[in-house]
Unconditional design. Structure first.
Length: 212
C-alpha cells in the first residue's frame, strides 16, 4: 500500500459511501479549505441561514463567510441576546432557508447521532429548513451506535458544558453523570438512521480534527 494514503481519507470515504446508501447527499474533503468553498456554494447569496451552536462552524468561520456573501444569519448565540430573544431566533431557525450545524457523532455505517438540551438543533436537522448542511471533522466518526453515544457522554457533552460554563457535574468529573439539573444539555437523543424523507440534507465530512 502506498505510504501517501491517509488513514483519515480511507475512513472518510467509507463513511461517505455509507451515508449515501442511507440516502444522504454526502461528500468527503481531506482539508477544510475545499470543504468551506463547497459549503458556501450551497448557500444562496441572500438566504436566511440558521447557525446551530457548533464549535466546528466557528473553527471553519462558515457563518461569517456566509454573512459576507449576503446571507441573513440567525444565530441564537450572539452576545447580548435575552433568553426570550434566543428563543425567538431558535424558532426562526426551524423555518430558515439553510440550516448549518455539526453532529456529535457519525457511525461507520452512516448514522448521525446527536444529543440536545433544548432540542432546537436536532429539530431543525430533521424537518423545517429548506436545506440542512451538516459539517463534521473526522474525529466525530465512531465504530457503531454504542460508541457514538459513549463519545457524546465522554467527549462532546463534558466539553460543551465547559464551553457553556454550566454547573453540571460533568465539568468536574470529565464525563456524563446523568445529572438532573435544569442546565442539563443531554435531554434529547436523535438518531438519523436514514435521511428524513422530505428534508434536503448534505453531510460534509472533513479529514481534520474539528470541534467536539
Amino acid at each position: 500500500m502506498s505510504q501517501n494514503i491517509n488513514h483519515a481519507d480511507i475512513i472518510g470515504k467509507e463513511v461517505v459511501e455509507n451515508l449515501k446508501k442511507n440516502n444522504f447527499d454526502a461528500h468527503y474533503f481531506p482539508e477544510r479549505a475545499e470543504a468551506v468553498k463547497y459549503i458556501l456554494s450551497l448557500i444562496p447569496e441572500k438566504a436566511t441561514v440558521g447557525c446551530g451552536g457548533s464549535v466546528t462552524l466557528k473553527e471553519l468561520g462558515i457563518c461569517d463567510l456566509a454573512k459576507e456573501k449576503g446571507a441573513q444569519i440567525l444565530d441564537h448565540n450572539v452576545a447580548g441576546l435575552t433568553p426570550e430573544e434566543k428563543l425567538i431566533v431558535r424558532r426562526q431557525q426551524l423555518s430558515c432557508q439553510v440550516f448549518l450545524t455539526s453532529t456529535n457523532a457519525i457511525t461507520l455505517d452512516g448514522v448521525l447521532v446527536n444529543m440536545d438540551g433544548v432540542g432546537n438543533r436536532v429539530g431543525a436537522m430533521t424537518f423545517g429548513p429548506e436545506k440542512v448542511i451538516i459539517v463534521a471533522g473526522i474525529n466525530k466518526v465512531c465504530n457503531d451506535l454504542n460508541s457514538a453515544i459513549e463519545r457524546i457522554k465522554f467527549v462532546a457533552a463534558p466539553k460543551n458544558n465547559l464551553r457553556l460554563q454550566t454547573k453540571n457535574p460533568c465539568t468536574l468529573k470529565g464525563h456524563c453523570m446523568d445529572c438532573q439539573g435544569k442546565s442539563r444539555i443531554c435531554n434529547v437523543l436523535s438518531i438519523m438512521y436514514k435521511k428524513p424523507s422530505v428534508t434536503d440534507i448534505s453531510v460534509i465530512l472533513i479529514g481534520e480534527l474539528l470541534g467536539y
